[in-house]
Write a protein that binds this ligand. Structure first.
Ligand SMILES: [Fe+2]
Ligand SMILES: [Fe+2]
Length: 209
């Protein structure tokens, strides 16, 4: 990842708390900024994990779940076309659109060693925690004949230990994210495998119809 220190730790305007893009607006932004299909899938996967976590673990209502999902959905929006501006471009865009500071901050802190912003809120921490591991688990599903079916925690841990597998995924970031979020690696893997597997079925279903 190209590092771009954001040089600040406060994002957005507190007066915009609760302001979000509609799902249509968020999808339009994603579709116009991100041309790479693989990256789009990654962003949708992380959005889905954020939504599931907000619902199941944080007990948030639909509006709260969407705020979490939106952070996941747009966290890499500028990575495809403007990697040297990752993630300042999307942060600036969402600030200009008067979006809830909590969402902007979560995006700004999804790679603390890259952007220099500490994940603080639960939303910040979980976006950071899902990001890299979601990608590694998806790569693992693609090399398994049965995809996510029958995937277990031990299998994922084995891939994590194998340095040659998904070598661009930072193991240090994953460990650091678990520590910060105070969640075990096993629980995080388990949550991702289950929900990303379910999500994959909906993606497969859509492409078949
Ligand atoms: Fe990123
Ligand atoms: Fe990402």
């Amino acid at each position: 990842m190209t590092a771009r220190f954001l040089g600040r730790s406060i994002f957005g305007d507190p007066a915009n708390a609760g302001k979000v893009l509609s799902r249509e607006e968020a999808n339009a932004l994603l579709d116009s900024w991100v041309l790479n299909d693989k990256l789009r899938v990654h962003m949708r996967q992380v959005g889905n994990l954020m939504q599931r976590w907000a619902a199941e673990k944080e007990g948030l209502d639909e509006a709260g779940q969407w705020r979490w999902e939106m952070a996941g959905l747009l966290h890499d929006a500028d990575w495809d076309q403007w990697p040297d501006q990752h993630c300042s471009k999307i942060v600036t865009e969402l600030e200009a659109r008067n979006i809830d500071p909590e969402i902007i901050r979560a995006i700004a802190s999804h790679g603390p060693i890259h952007f220099g912003v500490e994940p603080e809120s639960r939303m910040d921490q979980m976006l950071y925690a899902f990001d890299e591991l979601s990608g590694l688990i998806h790569a693992y599903s693609l090399m398994r004949e049965t995809g996510y079916e029958g995937m277990d925690v031990a299998g994922v841990k084995k891939r994590l230990k194998s340095k040659g597998f998904a070598a661009n995924v930072s193991r240090d970031d994953i460990q650091d994210a678990c520590t910060r979020a105070n969640i075990s690696l096993e629980d995080l893997i388990d949550f991702i495998v289950k929900h990303q597997g379910d999500f994959q079925k909906t993606l497969d279903g859509n492409s078949e119809s």
